[in-house]
Ligand binder design. Structure first.
Ligand code: NAD
Ligand code: UPG
Length: 465
């Protein structure tokens, strides 16, 4: 088994940055270089002020402070890092395709292919190439084909090592992973590569948690894990709609079913819908793959998870509109939270974007407060939808840094992210300065019904009538 002292990771994003920071902090003898073509991102990773790191994750800046410029480096010198590394992680983005065949469903693999071509061009000695990005099943064969046709006699072993961290808990998830999955060929050199990568993780994780499979099982397991998790959220969210009609309480239902050890209690929190860069993208990809093999029933089954999620977001927006007497034109509605979940500044596929867009369609005057998301990001998310002009988005939607001041003369507050600080606000003072009747629409089930009602609010909690 090879002794590893040099690792490179292509892609300094939400996965590459935290994952490599943890590897560097746990493996002091290994030099870890994270490279990216985005100069701004790399500059931010190298910023002396650790509050300017491009990603916010609890515990991340402490780990970066400990390892950066010792055995952890961030750089745009992609070729040099590839050349020096024994293991190369590919951790670039694999978004849903926005063009051509598979548009709107298949994963766009152009960035991954560019990495493979770059590795093929630069490598002068044998390398282990690790798919860290989430990829459709059988992508490794495309990477292998590109790498094996370089004619430079370099031997490449391709491994699949999907990442299971969740944002907001990335460092904890990495340090204490339930499992690490490593897929590779069952040949002697494939086995050696799997063991070599396994030894890196064994610096801090027990060997039993490192699972080895063939490449295809590993690639597909990642899509399936996300599909199962998202399915639970959609399942509980569909039942939240039924609860609102029947006087049943979704929290009591989650508790009642979660006590069944076969079902388990996690991922049963009803919400305004799931967001994040992964769930929707990976299920769409699974649906696309199933359809491409002619498995229509399989594809339809999983597609329903996305349809139910879209329904939950629009149902929430429609409830706001109907509660405010079917007209919200010119009414001030404050959105608490824009990130797709708490403790992250990531807004990709955040349900807040869809809810805001639906309210703006009705000419509401929106004010957004999020403790970690910038105004620039919020406008970029809305402009990307192309529903209305950037000028209209800026005219109708304002971003505030003061969550309490934002509620002055507001008709309603809608809670869209479960930031802990929302629970600590003085809701009596908020009530005092809002227009009456004052409404709170709680899409994250954060606040207490009785307390909110006793203050005087018309309080709606998703999943409860
Ligand atoms: N975000 C998550 O929580 C998460 C968790 C598990 C898995 N994943 C998967 O990991 C992969 C990466 O996700 P992410 O959220 O880190 O993406 P990201 O967009 O945050 O980061 C990707 C980075 O790759 C860089 N890049 C693209 N092409 C490049 C090239 N040719 N050379 C150098 N750099 C290049 C981009 O500039 C960007 O900084 C995706 O496949 C995703 O599905 C994400
Ligand atoms: O009971 C729940 C649990 C989650 N959510 C929502 O579901 C979304 C996704 O949450 P979570 O899974 O915690 O965050 P992600 O960072 O998207 O992580 C998922 O996607 C990653 C990218 O593939 C995987 O690595 C992780 O294992 C997987 O949990 C968020 O909008 C949550 O608010 C709910 O509404 N109710």
């Amino acid at each position: 088994m090879k002794k590893i002292n040099n690792i490179c990771c292509i892609g300094a994003g939400y996965v590459g940055g935290p994952t490599m920071s943890v590897i560097a902090s746990q493996c002091p003898e290994i030099k870890v270089t994270v490279v990216d073509i985005n100069q701004d991102r790399i500059d931010n990773w190298n910023d002396e002020n650790l509050d300017n790191l491009p990603i916010y994750e609890p515990g991340l800046k402490e780990i970066v402070a400990q390892a950066r410029n010792k055995n952890l480096f961030f750089s745009t010198e992609v070729d040099k890092a590839i050349d020096e590394a024994q293991i190369i992680f590919i951790s670039v983005n694999t978004p849903t395709k926005t063009y051509g065949k598979g548009k709107g469903q298949a994963a766009d693999l152009k960035f991954v292919e560019l990495c493979a071509r770059n590795i093929a061009k630069v490598a002068k000695d044998d390398k282990i190439v690790v798919e860290k990005s989430t990829l459709p099943v059988r992508t490794a064969s495309a990477i292998k084909s590109i790498l094996q046709h370089t004619g430079n006699k370099v031997n490449f072993e391709i491994l699949s090592n999907p990442e299971f961290l969740a944002e907001g808990t990335a460092i904890e998830d990495l340090l204490n992973a339930d499992r690490v999955l490593i897929g590779g060929d069952d040949t002697p050199s494939g086995q050696e590569a799997k063991d070599t990568l396994s030894a890196v993780y064994e610096h801090w994780l027990p060997k039993e948690r490192i699972l080895q499979t063939n490449v295809w099982s590993s690639e597909l397991s990642k899509l399936v894990a996300n599909a199962f998790l998202a399915q639970r959220v959609s399942s509980i969210n569909t039942i939240s709609a039924l609860c609102e009609k029947t006087d049943a309480n979704i929290q009591e239902i989650s508790r009642a079913i979660g006590y069944d050890s076969r079902i388990g209690s996690k991922f049963l929190n009803a919400s305004v819908g799931f967001g994040g860069s992964c769930f929707q993208k990976d299920i769409l990809n699974l649906v696309y793959i199933a359809r491409s093999y002619g498995l229509t029933e399989v594809a339809d089954y999983w597609e329903q998870v996305i349809i139910a999620n879209d329904y939950q977001k629009s149902r929430f927006a429609e409830h706001i509109i109907s509660s405010l007497y079917n007209t919200i034109s010119g009414k001030k509605i404050v959105l608490y939270g824009w990130a797709f979940k708490k403790d992250t500044n990531d807004t990709r596929e955040s349900p807040a974007i869809a809810v805001a867009d639906a309210l703006l369609d009705e000419n509401a005057e929106i004010t957004v407060y999020d403790p970690k998301v910038t105004a620039e990001r919020i406008y970029a998310d809305l402009d990307y939808l192309g529903t209305r002009s950037p000028e209209d988005n800026r005219r109708l939607l304002k971003v505030s840094n003061d969550p309490i001041d934002a509620t002055k003369e507001a008709h309603a507050v809608a809670i869209l992210t479960e930031w802990d600080e929302f629970k600590t606000y003085d809701w009596k003072s908020i009530y005092a300065q809002m227009l009456k009747p004052a409404f709170v629409f709680d899409g994250r089930r954060l606040l207490d019904n009785e307390e909110m009602a006793s203050i005087g609010f018309n309080y709606y909690k998703i999943g409860q009538s």
